[in-house]
Ligand binder design. Sequence first.
Ligand code: UT7
Length: 330
Amino acid sequence: MNPGPAPRHSRITGTGSHLPALRLSNQQLVERLAADGIETSDDWIVERTGIRARHFADPAEHCSDLATAAARKALEAAGCTAADLDLIIVATSTPDMVFPSTACIVQRKLGVHGAAAFDVQAVCSGFVYALTLADAMIRSGGARCALVIGSEVFSRILDFKDRTTCVLFGDGAGAVVLQASDTPGIVATDLHADGRHVDILCTPGTVSGGAVTGDPLLRMDGQAVFKLAVGVLEDVARSTLAKAGRSADDIDWLIPHQANIRILQATAKRLKIPMEKVVVTVDAHGNTSAASVPLALDTAVRSGRIARGDTVMLQGVGGGFTWGAVLLDF
Ligand code: UT7
């Protein structure tokens, strides 16, 4: 049978997210850290980052569990079942295993088989990378119904003796169903990386000979990351808008990677987008790496802020150094 011409567009038909049950306010985290002699404060965390709370997964709860819970909600919102999927992509830096991919584990937990399934590793830009790939596969005729997930258990790789990083991150997952469509949809995408900056945000250890070799915990030069992030988020917003022939005024909702309220504010200011149009969840979730953008998207959709037809820009930035943006008509 002739499958017909490839669809012209891909469109998000459902969103979902999931947070682990354990929520730690800054004060609760401060008290836990103080017990180990690590000094920090709610005031410092709020003033420097805008973070007020984060969720941490239970030791028995894995990246694939959070991902599967978010996926089920996205499928329900899209009016699909897992059997409709022909592509599953999970963006994560904290997979369940070295291999197989978390996407294959999610597929098993969803009780289906046959669809292509693989992980994308682009750290905090991972979801934007994964969504771009799914869009390209759908528009080239390689898939019609994709599940795209960002899921992380960053609590597993945090050094709770390093106050410059352990107060920043949280666990969670967000997902979308992306389907072939005759109407847009995703309007433009733009991805970049600069491997010269591998060292400023990394978890340098690995598994070798049956043991962890090197440092298995997250390390970050916060100031270097901050400076690069603000610059590339402005650049990639402009380059993506240019590809679409649109301007910053056309954006109804800006969803940058939720790392630090000051990065969000600086990006919005440079693009002359009022903060009322910026989705902010970093206060409630902390930095959930690849999960942050789909978590923020789902939060804004379910609260009724983002409505069908709104123009939304999603932005990722993080380790690699990687960055990218997706412009879409929701
Ligand atoms: O997800 C990927 C993207 N990641 C990011 O975008 C993170 C980007 N970076 C940042 O968000 C910020 O650089 C941080 C939040 C990590 C740090 O904020 P900062 O304003 O750049 O602070 P700083 O590193 O300049 O540190 C200021 C002071 C230092 O003390 P001194 O040297 O001035 O005495 C730090 O030792 O704050 C101290 N400090 C803390 N104090 C209390 C650092 N961490 C803490 C802490 N509690 N948790």
